[in-house]
Design a protein around this ligand. Structure first.
Ligand code: SF4
Length: 347
């Protein structure tokens, strides 16, 4: 076992976050090494201590789909490579039904309403209002939309949005036709409008270096985000990408992210996507159920393909040893087999 890694982990267990250089050093080890294994173990223990062994359930509803002119190379909706033709738009009844399915048990921390880079504001506000009416008050609503100005964010907040998922993605401006500056402006607009910010290191591919990933992690710390996730790139058929990192490597990255976040108070929530038992025992603590369209899927309704439902997410958190799930209002619900069975029965 490398002595320097031993020292970094020992300090982290005493609540001292690793430096940028130390995070790069930790990510320099391959995923199947003792150094990576110990890093994941330390991150797991630290995250559980910080959260009282609590995980989060997220849900995402993809509202609309059409070939997208922003044409991100990793997204199944990019107009030059998408297999989807025409436009799919969820109607009011379908939105209502999907929100009810995801939130009926009251333990969903937050619900994201996702649409494309360009979206119809009236349609989106209507969807937000439906979600606010159907979801219990303790479930937070987050937007997942294209670049947006301050005035529009004010309107979205009035319609019920609590926060925003908006990210400067790895390869922004290179794999996408957007600029990091424009993405940052949107984040600034959301903050100014009083919305919370969820961030994520994504989409991680095999070419991304420890330095590039650590740069993003430390920018998240500067932004004082409330959620700092990690997500790997899915090699969606039809896109130029055919490679992917292993789930074990993603778990190692999640672990380094969890250690670095010791610099933030309060300690943020740490999603991992797509979650699995390795990631949820390596520092990740939040898992997302998905329905509707999904940029990592070639099915129009991801619930029939890649997307997990909320029951499957609850079970995975329990299997990973989490004792509680936290609602959007901070109340913790005990996660037991009986509780999970009770939720399943009322489906
Ligand atoms: S990731 Fe978003 S902006 Fe990029 S192509 Fe897909 S829908 Fe469009």
């Amino acid at each position: 076992m490398d002595k320097k890694v031993e020292g970094i982990l020992k300090r982290a267990l005493e609540d001292i976050p690793p430096t940028r250089e130390e995070c790069v050093y930790l990510l320099g080890f391959a995923e199947a090494t003792p150094e990576s294994t110990y890093t994941r173990a330390a991150a797991n223990d630290i995250m559980r201590k910080k959260t009282g062994n609590t995980g989060l359930l997220f849900g995402q509803i993809g509202l609309e789909l059409f070939p997208c002119p922003v044409d991100c190379k990793f997204c199944s909706f990019g107009e030059t490579h998408t297999g989807f033709q025409g436009k799919i738009t969820l109607d009011d009844d379908t939105i209502r039904q999907k929100v009810r399915e995801f939130t009926k048990d009251g333990d969903l921390y937050c619900l994201w309403l996702m649409t494309m880079a360009e979206y119809d504001l009236d349609y989106y506000i209507n969807a937000l209002k439906i979600a606010r009416e159907v979801a219990p008050p303790q479930t937070l609503l987050y937007t997942n939309i294209g670049d947006t100005d301050y005035e529009t964010f004010v309107k979205l907040k009035e319609a019920g949005a609590d926060g925003v998922y908006h990210v400067i993605r790895l390869g922004e401006g290179e794999y996408t036709t957007l600029t990091p500056e424009r993405r940052q402006e949107t984040i600034d607009n959301a903050v100014k409008a009083g919305l919370m910010i969820q961030d994520c290191l994504e989409p991680i591919g095999t070419e991304h270096t420890p330095e590039q990933m650590v740069d993003h992690i430390f920018k998240s710390i500067e932004k004082k985000v409330d959620t700092a996730g990690v997500m790997k790139r899915t090699p969606v058929p039809g896109t130029i990408f055919t490679d992917e990192i292993t789930n074990l490597r993603l778990a190692q990255i999640s672990a380094v992210n969890a250690l670095a976040m010791l610099a933030l108070e309060p300690y943020p929530w740490l999603p991992i996507h797509e979650a699995d038992p390795i990631g949820l025992t390596s520092g990740g603590n939040s898992i997302c159920a998905e329905t509707g369209v999904n940029p990592r899927d070639t099915e129009a309704d991801t619930a029939k393909s890649r997307g997990l439902d909320v029951t499957a997410c609850r079970k995975m958190l329990w299997q990973a040893g989490f004792q509680y799930v936290c609602r959007g209002d901070g109340v913790r619900v005990e996660l037991t087999p009986e509780y999970i069975a009770q939720c399943e029965k009322t489906e």
